[in-house]
Design a protein around this ligand. Structure first.
Ligand code: URA
Length: 200
């Protein structure tokens, strides 16, 4: 992890961080992946979404959240007026805990998450968002050091020194459509916070 710390700390801007990841040889996942999936959206956004890891479509296109779960994510955030590149919406910035697709979309393991954490920490510092959304269990494990998204979701907490609202992963919502009710409550909480009428 020392080498990851050093590589991440040396990056002076987002392009530098992308290059540091491209040159990083400390994570096995890189060998099985086609693309480095770094980010999408606007680095000036107030909200930074941090997902888990690329899937097949993300690996093919080199962009986060472009598969089925990603399309649901876009619809969810569009419903509160946020989008990654839609005119007339407030900007979003999107990345993942892991920049490489795990083989067969298996869950990344604790070592892989720990290895890549210095990069996501630096990523958050460079983007400097006002609010962070840890999306799903793996992201909560990395950013909050805790799993249990169904308990963590919907309550404002802190991740990497910023206010954070853990949310249910859209891939989970595709499997459990009834949970969209909770997600909608969380989206409204985010919207309230952005408007400045949140209580916390
Ligand atoms: N799921 C994620 O967590 N991230 C992606 O980029 C795609 C699917």
């Amino acid at each position: 992890v020392g080498i990851a710390e050093e590589a991440a700390a040396a990056a002076q801007d987002l392009e530098g961080l992308r290059a540091a990841l491209a040159a990083f040889e400390g994570c096995e996942l890189k060998r099985g992946a086609k693309s480095l999936v770094f980010c999408d959206g606007d680095p000036a956004a107030r909200v930074m979404i941090i997902g888990e890891a690329p899937g097949r479509e993300e690996d093919q296109q080199g962009k986060p959240f472009v598969g089925r779960a990603g399309r649901l994510l876009d619809r969810m955030f569009a419903a509160i007026g946020l989008g990654r590149d839609r005119p007339g919406t407030e900007a979003l910035y999107i990345t993942n805990i892991l920049p490489w697709r795990p083989p067969h979309n298996r869950d990344p393991n604790a070592d892989e998450i720990a290895m890549m954490l210095p990069f996501i920490r630096r990523h958050v510092d460079l983007v400097d968002p006002e609010l962070v959304i840890p999306m799903g269990n793996i992201s909560c494990q990395g950013l909050l050091g805790r799993r249990g998204i169904t308990r963590l979701r919907g309550t404002w907490t802190e991740a990497l020194g910023r206010p954070a609202l853990p949310m249910l992963h859209p891939a989970y919502l595709l499997r459990n459509p009834a949970a969209k009710r909770e997600s909608w409550a969380d989206l409204l909480a985010l919207q309230a916070r952005l408007r400045g009428d949140g209580k916390e």
